[in-house]
Write a protein that binds this ligand. Structure first.
Ligand SMILES: C[S@@+](CC[C@H](N)C(=O)[O-])C[C@H]1O[C@@H](n2cnc3c(N)ncnc32)[C@H](O)[C@@H]1O
Length: 216
């Protein structure tokens, strides 16, 4: 797992509107300075968490289209965690996770700026049980993730994690810009999950796929 290096965010808050929800966030601007050669050598860790990726606004729009009040939501690979902030502002009870401790430190700060409480957990898809040393949590009716399928090695671990964290009858919404490793995951998932695109597919725009366990 990457070691925390606590990069300094740009102190000037930025107003972002995602899914119609206004958020004030700070984030690091000098992404080059976050690269840690040692962490890369250990497990090819790069600070992707610090970037605002284009799948996030699309996922936020889908979240804003449903009633999230009091709904339990888990975000995987949250990075800046903007979908988690949107869901929490819309009344959901949100757990946000990433393997990058720095991401969680910054998300705690941004949660405070936006007057929401998030449960923050360091969760590595290759060792998800370690996120809850106190014992397995109740699985979630809605698990979300944006742009987490950029490396083929992640797909089997993510599928195993989904199997663990999605409640029976629950669903996972995964936003993706159409990267090749994502196509491999949709194919592998199809054995045990139904995979459908939410809304209309627009060329060049990320899509959100909904995964639901097949019955029987
Ligand atoms: C491309 S970024 C997307 C970040 C954010 N979801 C977004 O869309 O802006 C991928 C995220 O997955 C996280 N990640 C990568 N490998 C992971 C792993 N094995 N376990 C947990 N998180 C991981 C990264 O730290 C990063 O935050």
């Amino acid at each position: 797992m990457p070691d925390p290096s606590h990069p300094e965010p740009d102190p000037t808050p930025e107003r972002l509107t995602l899914g119609g929800v206004d958020l004030d966030v700070v984030r690091p601007r000098d992404l080059e300075s976050l690269i840690d050669e040692e962490a890369f050598g250990r497990n090819e860790f790069l600070p992707y968490w610090a970037e605002l990726w284009p799948s996030t606004p699309v996922l936020a729009e889908h979240l804003a289209a449903v009633d999230l009040r009091s709904r339990r939501v888990l975000e995987l690979g949250c990075g800046l965690g903007l979908p988690s902030l949107v869901a929490a502002r819309l009344g959901a009870d949100v757990t946000a996770t990433d393997w990058a401790a720095d991401a969680l430190v910054l998300l705690a700060e941004n949660a405070g700026r936006n007057d929401v409480d998030l449960d923050l957990r360091r969760l590595d898809w290759f060792a998800p049980a370690e996120a809850w040393p106190e014992g397995p949590p109740d699985p979630w009716p809605l698990v979300i993730a944006a742009d987490v399928l950029y490396e083929a090695r992640n797909a089997p671990a993510l599928l195993r994690t989904l199997d663990r964290v999605v409640a029976p009858g629950g669903e996972a919404w995964i936003a993706d810009p159409g990267r090749p490793p994502a196509a491999a995951l949709w194919r592998a998932a199809a054995a045990t999950w139904t995979v459908e695109v939410l809304g209309d597919e627009v060329s060049g725009r990320p899509t959100v796929r909904r995964l639901r366990r097949r019955r029987g």
